[in-house]
Design a protein around this ligand. Structure first.
Ligand code: UTP
Length: 412
């Protein structure tokens, strides 16, 4: 017998958010399906749906002023000192790496997790492989395994873990890899009504990359990392195949700066390039997204006469764990993103829409930066460290990433 109490609780919760329609097919479901649906309703955070009504282009920004980046010339002059500091921290087990691999990679258009994409030409070169090979270089130099935490989502956990296991973790020590899953958020139509993906399943989407630390905590992994002595976490995206991870020079520079975080940045290639740039917002570090960058900010100059907002973030951040703990329970801004959401129509038939038909809800890692007291923007050479794969062709694509890999002597 399905638990009546659970059913009542579900009705109450749905009523609170105006989502009773998701029980439309309840009576025709099997016992297991009923239980699955009720469990999902009980677990999921429906409060995000209220933000559809308030949707007005996101959070209002405070006063934006420049935040100077540590530039290549300074980094080169102090490289030996920085690398020594960074390697020492790594050798003492103070640095961990967090791979954000919970995204859906919809723009690339592959059904598989993005990391499984093969960019090789004459041999197999998977995205995951490229990242692990880069991290292995630091492991070899430091002579210690760096703990690697991998965030997946409900949609790709199984495929990701089996793929990496089958490939023997591309030479990484499996004991040093820990997987955890991020939370899911409901996906809804333009009126804020949740879609059904199956008669027994609400449509959901990964809740963005901003929840990585709280998910790590929910899984007990953050606590374990702290107990193991990890003091810094280098968070990075899955899609940059030239990503330098746990880069000793970056770690050392952040340690030397006294900042509680660092962000790798690249010099923009044009004032209107579509990357978020580092700045101060009401005196605290922040990132202004390209679509928020006004004409005035785009043309503003710093004290040296250089463009003031010219260093774009590449989703490679170093966070001090003690400060992540302070902001763990903070509610980050919610970003509402239009999306193609598969759903059941009025007759219960599955539809895969060709065009966006609703919203997904995301929190972003870049919003964590604004919660912190300080962050060092650390310049890296664009052509050596930034080859993102977002699209199948054109800008930030497999083709452009291949060309950059070749430029860096990586055989494909
Ligand atoms: P993107 O912003 O490129 O999103 O992610 P995406 O979902 O992978 O791709 P599109 O927009 O559907 O094409 C930047 C990084 O953040 C991770 C991604 O895996 C990637 O490493 N991410 C994104 C998550 O881990 N979880 C999310 O919910 C979203």
């Amino acid at each position: 017998m399905t638990n009546n109490l659970d059913y009542q609780k579900a009705v109450e919760k749905l009523g609170q958010y105006g989502q009773e329609h998701v029980l439309k097919y309840y009576e025709e479901l099997s016992k297991e399906q009923k239980e699955q649906l009720l469990a999902q309703i009980s677990d999921i955070d429906l409060s995000v749906l209220a933000s559809v009504k308030e949707k007005n282009g996101g959070a209002v920004k405070g006063k934006i002023t420049p935040l100077a980046a540590m530039q290549l010339s300074e980094i080169r002059a102090k490289e030996t000192e920085f690398r020594k500091l960074g390697l020492d921290a790594i050798r003492r087990g103070k640095v961990g790496a967090v791979l954000l691999a919970g995204g859906m990679g919809t723009r690339l258009g592959s059904e598989d997790p993005k990391g499984m994409y093969n960019i090789g030409v004459t041999k197999d070169v998977y995205i995951f492989q490229r990242l692990i090979e880069n991290l292995l270089e630091v492991v070899k130099e430091a002579g210690v395994w760096i703990p690697l935490y991998v965030m997946t989502s409900d949609k790709n956990h199984q495929a990701t873990t089996s793929f990496l296991r089958e490939h023997d973790y591309f030479g990484y020590q499996s004991e040093s890899i820990t997987f955890f899953m991020q939370e899911m958020a409901p996906a809804c139509d333009y009126q804020g009504k949740v879609y059904l993906e199956e008669k027994w399943k609400l449509s959901t989407s990964p809740n963005g990359n901003g929840g990585w630390y709280s998910s790590m905590y929910k899984w007990g992994i953050a606590q374990k990392a702290i107990a193991d002595g990890v003091e810094w976490l280098n968070v990075f995206s899955v899609d940059n195949v030239l990503q330098r991870i746990a880069d000793p020079c970056f770690v050392g520079a952040v340690l030397a700066s006294g900042c509680v975080a660092g962000s790798k940045v690249v010099r923009k290639c044009a004032p209107d390039e579509k990357v978020g740039v580092m700045c101060l917002e009401d005196g605290k570090p922040s990132i202004v997204e390209y679509y928020e960058l006004t004409e005035d900010l785009m043309n503003a100059k710093d004290a040296n006469g250089d463009p003031a907002y010219y260093f774009g973030v590449i989703l490679n951040y170093l966070f001090r764990v003690a400060d992540l703990e302070k902001i763990r329970e903070k509610n980050l801004p919610l970003h509402i993103v239009e999306k193609k959401i598969p759903y059941l129509d009025e007759e219960g038939k599955k539809i895969k829409p060709e065009a966006p038909n609703g919203y997904k809800f995301e929190q972003l890692v870049l919003d964590m930066i604004h919660e912190l007291d300080s962050c060092l923007p650390f310049e890296v050479e664009r052509n050596k460290e930034f080859a993102p794969i977002k699209n199948a062709t054109g800008v930030d694509s497999v083709e452009s990433a291949r060309a950059l890999c070749r430029e860096n002597g990586i055989e494909l």
